[in-house]
Design a protein. Sequence first.
Length: 501
Amino acid sequence: MYHILVAEDSKLIMRDLIRLLRKMDAEAMIQEAYDGESALEIMEDFQPDIIITDIKMPMVDGLTLIQKAKGIYPQVKCVIISGYGDFEFTHEALRLQVDDYIMKPVDEKQFDNIMSRLREEIDFLKIQRQEIILEKMIQDGLEIRNPFIPGQYYLSVVRVGLVQEYAPPLSKKMLYDNMGLERNGSNYWIANTKLNNEKVVIYNRSCFPEQEMLAQSECLLNSLKQKYRRVNLICSELLDDCLKIGMQYENLTKRLRKEIVLDECQVIHHSDPYNDRRNYILQKEAIDIFKKKMERILMNRSADDFRREIRKQMKIWKEQRYTVSVIRKYLLALLEELFITVGENQYPMEEPVTLADKILIANDSFEALEESLLEYTACFSSVKEEKQGISMELVQQLTEYMRQNVYNNLSLQDVAAHFEISSSYICRIFKIYYSDTPISFYNRIRIEEAKKLLEEYQNMKVKDIAELVGFSDQYYFSKVFKQQYGVSPSVYKTQLENNPE
């Protein structure tokens, strides 16, 4: 319902304007004022959406009325009625951002066109304000009571792409253009989330029963598929607690992330079967077994076994419709083993996390993914061993170098540069001989030294000892010390003070 204030000192013109307004919208709330001062008094409580005012009026002229109205209600729409002799006021009217003007005598068609446009703009601004409130609730989890949110509603999360960092943006305008629905200001809203490739649609239950909401979601999916390679939606059950919209969205978006599949765009419904806990346990066990297999295959440099295992896994992934989130875990396990065993210097690759995401983005079918992974068999024929074997002498040299530099805060690159071998080769050596990473091994040496310092120099602060052995973060130092010795360095220091030898 629109609130319209008409300020006009001519009763004849006022009667004509009221008639036109009633003809356009019988439900509109209309207030009349025959001078500018009365209009200002009415405006305070009436809160108009539109002000129609003559320029020349008693007490307070139309331009002053508009200036004061804009100061109180910046969003109010203002239309001036002017005669042919009022053009001297045109510049001032433009400065005040008057939305339109009507020449006397009032033309009915022109008046209807102006009012229709203004009502559309008012509706759009109203929806924008409402959606800003919804975005605060969704993005920040705020609980805001608002009468515009219907008593019952559905949420639908729309996401394009697979990985947010590499996904194309999804704009509100894109959704508006593809919804194919007329907006009346209360049938649906579209809100931004913190992800630029995701939006939330809130459907009013009174306008969209469940089947219509699902049908609309399918139509939206099919429309967006013409513009994006990957599109997925998830629809909620019937909801009735608008204070919990933030939490309701979080639950939906988390489930959507876990249910996207590689080669299909889909609408997921809240009632679709889903057992996250059981699936997680089974998948973790399977991924651990896969990782051990790949470690053995890569250590043996068996290209045939590698191809066989990839094809076997691909068949399982496809038949059991593994989701992208699960396949990504498998890829990370595989790429981490490739990175350590084969080495980044001999077969250049990016960090496993980045590479896994790029592989998933580039391949939108299981066949394409299989072909992409089988390309890694090239590493078996192209890689040349840096050494024919790993000598115990080199292992001893590496560990001795770390012990000699316990206070120097070595990096893996420092060790690699000193021995003129690749960091990946050092990783492989430590994996074979110590089942550990070089940095973890070096940390153990540093913690051993820190323990000796605590015992020998009991007056030294724990913070100083941490910095002495190369730990700038005291919290991390305490965490590593406790993992190695079962107590924090502070507790160990207290024990030494309480039990002197």
